[in-house]
Design a protein. Sequence first.
Length: 267
Amino acid sequence: MRGNPLIGMQYVWRGFQNLRTPGLRKYVALPLLLNILIMGSATVLGVRQIDEWMGALSDLLPSWLSFLYWILMPLAVVALVLALVYFFSAVLMIIAGPLNGLLAEKVETMQGGTLPDESLASMAVRTLGREMVKVAYYLPRYLGIFILGFIPLLQLAAAPLWIWFGGWMMAVQYADYSFDNHTRPFADVRTAMSADLFTVMGFGLLVALLLTIPVVNLFVMPAAVIGATLLRIERMPFEGEEGKLVYAESEETIHRLSHDETQDSGR
């Protein structure tokens, strides 16, 4: 395992920086609208549901174990918040998959990359099918962690596992659009990202954190698609692409999309 989590976090920031880049705006607009509708609803529902669940947890504990409420409450809140975030994120990814695929494709072509020719309808079908592959991968694992949260003593491991696996899935989810646009198998995605694990986890954990912050979470999805696509291009290039670039070590890399923006504005 190798990588640098700070570099991974910088890719998230680069995604936010380039939300208004000319040439990307129309590809950002529809995913952003979907994100606002779904994540806005999730935030309202989540606040109400967590309040109800915390009250139920308090009622379940006998008075002589009331002190455990203050131990279990923080873990329960973290687990419940992450569970709701990941659930609604999964729904959002399935609906917005084709739009995110188009956004990832545009980011890559603006970086000088080439992709296989494909009709919009074919891409939509392929992207939705890929989302089902990812659901089949993460759903059993999420269910296992969820069940673990109800087992005495072992439940203490549930929250850390939610955080770790959630960060991993956030990175895989968003970077996969670029892999899928090149028709790379999902197994290749996991292998490539595992080889740069700490960079990947820095990216994914920050995305997972931002998804829990109201208002900010409305803009996370398109920013994460842009950032993850850049991460894939620069850290995990395919055969025939330019050599690996490390964002933290290259000013030219840091400002590449900003330079594209200046050129497009000049036109």
